[in-house]
Design a protein around this ligand. Structure first.
Ligand code: NAP
Length: 213
């Protein structure tokens, strides 16, 4: 597939790097010259070219910011699948509200960057910096979005290296963002967000059991 990654930062380059082993990846950037050597191009041209888009920009905190981001994508968004990895932590404005002609999913937001690519044999997540992989296989990735394009989002999640678990329509994005907020507050306590708790970033929340999907 042709995959466009909007935002060539830590998350964008990590997910894009994983997907580039199986797909053609381009990065949509505000100033492509700032990101040499990675196939960066202006945001609207990447949105036009891509079949699936990953949104890896900083989280927006108002509906106006979400609208401005969606407008910057240009007219090539109609009917396309967007996977939104962002975490707006002060409010829950909806990217899907700003992209009414597209299929917006939420995924990849409930895990820390260090485990988006740190995969061991058979794709199992590695914790503790060694082969302490979860024996039952890849770690689970919760995702929300439109039922009719669910298979597209699941394929992207699998190709990054996770076990996709569908939680329902995009209205559940706010629940996934709440999980992410908890992850951040437990994992980065040292940054002062939640000074009484500090698990470090070397963990993930995992679904155990249940039917796959
Ligand atoms: N870090 C984590 O562990 C983690 C985990 C899960 C989810 N997330 C979420 O993932 C998102 C990205 O996090 P990150 O750590 O990758 O941040 P980051 O390293 O700061 O990267 C964000 C990138 O977005 C680009 N950008 C900003 N505004 C843009 C716009 N309007 N259009 C296009 N590109 C734009 C910036 O590039 P330029 O300034 O060069 O344009 C920058 O390279 C955040 O919403 C975060 O909450 C992070």
């Amino acid at each position: 597939m042709r995959i466009g990654v909007i935002g060539a930062g830590n998350v964008g380059k990590t997910l894009g790097g994983q997907l580039a082993t199986k797909h053609t990846v381009k990065y949509g950037c505000r100033d492509p010259a700032k990101h040499p050597g990675i196939g960066a191009a202006p945001v609207p041209s990447v949105c036009d070219w891509a079949e699936v888009l990953l949104v890896c920009t900083p989280g927006f905190s108002t509906a106006a910011e979400a609208e401005a981001l969606a407008t910057s994508f240009g007219p090539g968004v109609r009917g396309k699948v967007f996977i939104d990895a962002t975490n707006p932590l002060s409010a829950w404005p909806k990217l899907e509200g700003a992209l009414p002609s597209s299929y917006v999913f939420k995924a990849f937001n409930t895990i820390g960057l260090e485990h988006m690519a740190a995969l061991g044999p058979q794709g199992a997540a590695v914790f503790g910096g060694e082969a302490a992989a979860i024996e039952r296989g890849p770690i689970t990735m919760l995702y929300a979005g439109a039922e009719e394009k669910r298979a597209v989002a699941a394929a992207i999640i699998s190709d990054v290296g996770f076990d996709p678990r569908y939680v329902g329509p995009i209205r559940y994005a706010r629940n996934l963002e709440a999980i992410a907020e908890l992850w951040i507050h437990c994992g980065i306590g040292a940054a002062g967000l939640n000074p009484t708790v500090d698990w470090g970033g070397d963990f993930a929340f995992q679904v155990v059991g249940g039917r796959k999907g």
